[in-house]
Design a binder for this molecule. Structure first.
Ligand SMILES: [Cu+2]
Length: 250
């Protein structure tokens, strides 16, 4: 069974590529013909620069195995996807926000078509692949956006480890090194609290999770918005985790 789904991004791409090459009638642009488009989570990779193959299995309990992959900054990864289930699954790479928005669209328009280099639909018993270059540091997700699957938790995580920065000898660098990446889930300006889904907080030895922090200064919360990716600094004072600095990540 061949299923073609179109999302707004693909439709826009098709429209712009189509205007140049094929006229405005929206058939899909050929992947090879379209220049690779930089995404916040990386760019389509070239097969000849693949550094590593990562096998991921997809199952009808709505899980990816493994559900967590660490890659190096700049690494081109060949994802080999096995659908071990009896229903179709897919793997779509993106930022958590993008995938959430996309899943919502899929729910609204269940028949929509979609074909981008950062996704693969895999029929039961078949395998698919994605070749992707992670040229942006940060934490990204991969998900099956088929209606119901995403909601059931068919989501995984990719951590792109930034290239180790040259360590200046100055002790001032400690503050910079202690910045943590995260995404804002909730802001409570009155209470001075901020909920952040954060990456590893190295100096506190805390793994990635979603947590409520107290703003050391409530005005810090005026500079950021829900959904935004941020870099922030956490300090522990009398058992309370305080956000002492925060800034948009890009
Ligand atoms: Cu699925």
């Amino acid at each position: 069974m061949t299923r073609i789904r179109i999302c707004f991004a693909a439709a826009l791409l098709a429209a712009s590529a189509g205007a140049l090459a094929h006229g405005p009638q929206g058939h899909m642009p050929e992947r090879a013909a379209a220049p690779a488009q930089q995404k916040p989570w990386g760019i389509a990779g070239q097969t000849d620069s693949v550094a590593r193959t990562v096998e991921i299995r997809m199952t009808d309990d709505m899980r990816f195995t493994p559900a967590s992959v660490a890659v190096k900054y700049g690494e081109t990864v060949h994802f080999l996807l096995y659908n071990d289930g009896k229903i179709t699954h897919e793997m779509v790479l993106g930022t958590p926000q993008e995938l959430r928005a996309h899943a919502a669209l899929m729910k609204k328009f269940p028949g929509m078509a979609h074909d981008e280099p950062y996704m693969a639909h895999v029929e039961p018993g078949q395998r698919g692949e994605i070749v992707w270059t992670f040229n942006r540091a940060g934490e990204f997700d991969f998900a099956c956006l088929l209606p119901g699957h995403f909601e059931a938790g068919m989501v995984g995580r990719i951590q792109v480890l930034a290239a180790a920065p040259a360590q200046p000898a100055s002790t001032d660098s400690a503050a910079v090194a202690d910045m943590t990446e995260g995404e804002i889930r909730r802001i409570d300006k009155v209470g001075g609290k901020i909920t952040i889904r954060h990456g590893e907080i190295k100096h506190l030895d805390m793994p990635p999770m979603t947590m409520v922090f107290t703003a050391k200064d409530k005005t810090l919360l005026d500079r950021v918005q829900v959904g935004q990716r941020v870099r922030f600094q956490v300090e522990q004072e009398a058992g309370v985790l305080l956000v002492t600095a925060i800034e948009p990540a890009n």
